[in-house]
Design a protein around this ligand. Structure first.
Ligand code: ATP
Ligand code: MG
Length: 590
């Protein structure tokens, strides 16, 4: 794969290259695991030239937007001799579950990334840092940099001000450190009710950046945490926890999405102060923001995806129409195609919307050279070859046919199947009255049954409603593909087919976009009003016999129809189920 060759440069690469050149992070010690200043000071020089991290909150399944962040963070670490950590940002006890942790690990691995480096697994949980976070909070209190505020949430909001108005000080703001410390310990020890008080950083109530107007850093919340259980009844706020997590892990480049830009001053304020207090090692991590990746016709917010599942609009988190990693996987997209989409979109300073077909393009590029080929008939119509017995001496004769598994890759071998007097063709390949330029079957026209023989259409049979039920044709003797006479009769059309005696019945699921609008929620619209009613059609198809034996998750090109995958849950040899991943770029011979 040539992924590394054509990767667009971006501002993050420029920053990292500048840092490497300047030696910003050279020779800094690393304690071998996350830890405070003393832990790292006692360590050896960090074998990783940079450290990045992917920090999901384990409160849902990952989606294509997360894939972007994964590819960016793991990709930068890989390209610059660094390490990327997988860190669960599990500081919010209410919404997080082990099930999501497991699913995220599986998804990141499936995308092709790993966190093993230098003999260590860099898989971390922010909840493992609760002790340190609390210790840091006490240190801030002792240094006069944080205070316990007993105002109600309502009072706090009223005093925060807004963009036009500076905030005003809480009556608790000037409390002595010793008293704040006592209160903080009471909070920790469960002596106060949820919401009775919070710990706030003491920064600047008049700051033009509202995030610096004494942000809350700890709150009381009696909740069972998926890892720390009942041990804590106070929990750090995300904006406090996240910079500390980065610093403990010695992250160098903390890459996040644009909505965190206004948090960066607090990120720096917090880490600088904790480093000054001797708790965190320098050089400190730096935060950089890039624009979110959005795909047209796709909705990615976890909350909205949950609604799709809970309202039964899709069949589950791994429904092939879902933009979750599990949905994309079940649909048949390859990790390489998803990585190519992520890498091809670089990193920019604005949120971007990408044409959803770009992903299909990436998939075709990946599969074109490797997916085996096979024939399948998705909208079956019977074709009878009426002179078969005459030509072959028996109505039961089966003509053996061979075809390459892949047209450009002879090393993948050949496939074989039979041709008899009764075959299935696709309804589209026959016309009673051909439109201009139609080169497939119509009375009087000759076409090649791909890898088989040339046949000449003689007519069709219809039912009472006038629907074509059967097409009739004669084989042209001596025109077998690969034989000396194959080219003796020139035809303008070649059609795919499967033999009615050998073909295997299958369920084939044809997917289209889930939404009819490129930005489903534009202008505050309810996404339910732009659902595509035709996002799934299930057809009973006939397959070339070898296809039933493919293992689950094997991808294949159905010639002329597109790329398909054997469903990873439902496919079985005696009941094949395939999903269409994407159509072929060009529709074949009109
Ligand atoms: P969502 O808003 O979809 O629920 P999130 O940002 O809340 O996602 P997290 O688990 O916090 O989900 O995200 C983990 C990382 O993935 C974060 O660094 C976040 O910025 C990044 N990320 C999430 N969505 C996108 C996106 N569309 N494009 C790029 N990065 C994203
Ligand atoms: Mg989030």
């Amino acid at each position: 794969m040539s992924e590394t060759d054509h990767r667009p440069s971006n501002f993050l690469r420029a920053i990292i290259e500048r840092d490497l050149e300047a030696g910003t992070y050279a020779d800094r010690p690393f304690g071998g695991s996350p830890g405070d200043a003393a832990h790292h000071a006692a360590g050896a020089p960090d074998p990783a030239r940079i450290r990045t991290r992917f920090p999901p909150e384990p409160n849902g399944y990952l989606h294509i937007g997360h894939a972007k962040s994964i590819c960016l963070n793991f990709g930068l670490a890989r390209d610059y001799g660094g390490v990327c950590h997988l860190r669960f940002d599990d500081t919010n006890p209410e919404k997080e579950e082990q099930e999501y942790v497991d699913a995220i690990i599986e998804a990141v691995h499936w995308l092709g990334f790993d966190w093993q480096a230098h003999g260590t697994s860099h898989l971390y949980f922010a909840s493992d840092y609760f002790d340190f976070m609390y210790r840091a909070a006490e240190a801030l209190v002792e240094a006069g940099l944080a205070y316990v505020d007993e105002q109600s949430a309502e009072e706090m909001r009223a005093r925060r001000g807004d963009f036009a108005t500076p905030g005003s000080a809480s009556p608790y703001r000037e409390r002595a450190p010793a008293e704040n410390l006592a209160r903080l310990r009471e909070m920790r020890d469960g002596r106060h009710a949820d919401g009775a008080m919070v710990l706030r950083a003491k920064i600047d109530m008049a700051s033009p950046n509202i995030n610096l107007r004494d942000p809350t850093i700890y709150r009381i919340r009696r909740a069972t945490h998926h890892r720390s259980g009942e041990r804590w009844c106070i929990y750090p706020m995300y904006t406090y926890a996240h910079p500390i997590e980065d610093a403990l892990e010695r992250i160098t480049h903390s890459i996040c999405t644009l909505e965190f830009e206004d948090q960066r001053p607090f990120y720096d304020w917090l880490l600088e102060n904790l480093a000054d207090l001797g708790l965190l090692a320098r050089p400190l991590p730096r935060q950089y923001e890039f624009g979110r990746l959005n795909l047209e016709y796709v909705m990615t917010s976890k909350r909205r995806l949950r609604a799709l599942v809970e309202e039964g609009i899709v069949e589950g988190w791994d429904d092939p129409r879902m933009p979750t990693i599990f949905g994309l996987r079940r649909r048949g997209y390859t990790p390489a195609a998803i990585r190519a989409l992520a890498d091809g979109t670089g990193a920019s300073k604005t949120n971007i919307w990408i044409d959803d077909r770009v992903l299909d393009g990436c998939l075709r590029t990946d599969l074109e050279g490797q997916a085996p080929r096979a024939m399948a008939v998705l909208a079956p119509l019977a074709l009878d070859l009426t002179n078969w017995a005459e030509v072959f001496g028996s109505a039961d004769h089966v003509e053996p046919c061979r075809a390459p598994a892949h047209p450009q890759r002879p090393e993948l071998g050949q496939r074989s199947f039979g041709l008899s007097r009764a075959v299935w063709i696709d309804q589209d390949d026959f016309a009673q009255a051909p439109p201009k330029g139609f080169h497939r079957l119509y009375p009087g026209n000759k076409v090649r049954l791909k890898y088989g023989l040339v046949v000449e259409c003689t007519g069709c049979e219809k039912d009472a409603a006038g629907r074509v039920t059967r097409v009739l044709a004669k084989v042209v003797p001596g025109t077998k593909s690969g034989s000396a006479g194959a080219d003796a009769v020139k035809v303008k059309g070649t059609i795919t087919w499967v033999d009615r005696h050998e073909a295997r019945p299958a369920t084939v699921r044809l997917y289209e976009r889930l939404f009819t609008a490129a930005q489903p929620e534009a202008g505050g619209r309810d996404f339910r009003s732009v659902l595509n009613p035709a996002s799934l059609s299930v057809v009973q198809a006939w397959l070339e016999p070898g296809l039933a034996r493919l293992p689950r998750e094997q991808r294949v090109q159905f010639e002329r129809h597109g790329y398909f995958v054997a469903d990873r849950v439902l496919h079985a040899e005696d009941a094949p189920v395939f999903n269409r991943i994407a159509t072929l770029r060009d529709t074949w011979g009109a």
